[in-house]
Design a protein around this ligand. Structure first.
Ligand SMILES: NC(=O)c1ccc[n+]([C@@H]2O[C@H](COP(=O)([O-])OP(=O)(O)OC[C@H]3O[C@@H](n4cnc5c(N)ncnc54)[C@H](O)[C@@H]3O)[C@@H](O)[C@H]2O)c1
Length: 260
């Protein structure tokens, strides 16, 4: 449940803020008093959100794999709202394929977006937060940081990288007053998984493995993510919080019947 003033006048950057988890986080931050600068490649969706959400929300077309874009994004947050306090690095997607079949371009797409994008975001967010005397960064990794997925080598490797990048950030940035943590979601109903979950067979294979027997709604990621950015987590840094309906206790489904 939203706590009305928890992030009153805090300035937040949310990458991937136009859809799914990033969109849910942006809305909850606004409900809790923050100013939100949402970054996404989907300009139309950002424009629609900006029209709906008013002056506390700014959408900035950003490709997180491009350093100049990320630098400009953080610059926009500073210019518009005076600085940066908290950041949620959510943008992500993947191209699937077994290692034998995966093209170099598809590997690069996934790793650049899911891992380099988080590195570039952390780098520029942390510079701005340091000027403000500190802050908090929350990266969105995945259960796949711990558990491999058939045809998902690039994604799982990148997400494992995000978890380590989070710990490295926590180590390096503590002296700047910045905490860095990650959430590791299980299965969430978003546009990213809509295609997959259209198949009853694949959905059943997932549900066999997820002890809570359902996928999460994007909104169910917001409580854990905002907690890590809040003062209640003031002594939490370098942590990985599984938000997966106990899925990590039972392992991943065998997707080899469907993917090659
Ligand atoms: N949906 C799941 O089951 C699930 C599970 C574990 C982890 N995650 C992770 O959660 C995060 C959010 O995923 P989601 O399910 O909300 O997906 P989504 O597709 O709904 O949202 C992702 C957003 O990222 C944006 N994006 C893509 N490439 C970008 C780029 N280069 N620069 C900036 N923005 C870009 C997209 O336009 C989109 O708005 C991802 O990092 C994903 O890997 C999702």
């Amino acid at each position: 449940m939203a706590m009305e003033n928890r992030f009153k006048d805090k300035v937040a950057v949310v990458t991937g803020g136009a859809s799914g988890v990033g969109h849910a986080i942006s809305r909850r931050l606004l409900a809790e008093g923050a100013k939100v600068v949402a970054a996404d490649i989907n300009k139309d969706r950002l424009d629609a959100l900006q029209a709906e959400l008013g002056d506390s929300f700014v959408g900035v077309k950003t490709d997180v794999t491009q350093e100049a874009h990320v630098e400009a994004l953080v610059g926009e947050a500073v210019e518009r709202f005076g600085g940066l306090d908290i950041a949620f690095n959510v943008a992500g997607a993947s191209k699937a394929g077994t290692i034998i079949n995966l093209s170099e371009a598809d590997w690069d797409f996934t790793v650049d977006l899911c891992l380099k994008g988080v590195f570039l975001s952390m780098k520029h967010e942390a510079k701005a937060m340091t000027k403000r005397g500190g802050g908090a960064i929350v990266n969105v990794a995945s259960l796949n940081a711990h558990v491999p997925m058939y045809s998902g080598s690039a994604y799982a490797s990148a997400k494992a990288g995000v978890e380590m990048l989070t710990k490295n950030g926590a180590l390096e940035m503590a002296r700047n007053g910045i905490r860095v943590n990650a959430i590791l979601p299980g299965l969430i109903e978003t546009p990213l998984t809509a295609g997959l979950l259209q198949s009853e067979e694949i959905t059943a294979a997932y549900m066999e493995r997820i002890p809570m027997g359902r996928a999460a709604k994007p909104e169910e990621m917001t409580g854990p993510a905002l907690f890590l950015a809040s003062d209640d987590a003031g002594y939490v840094s370098g942590a990985s919080l599984l938000v997966d309906g106990a899925w990590a206790t039972s392992g991943y489904p065998d997707l080899s019947r469907w993917f090659s």
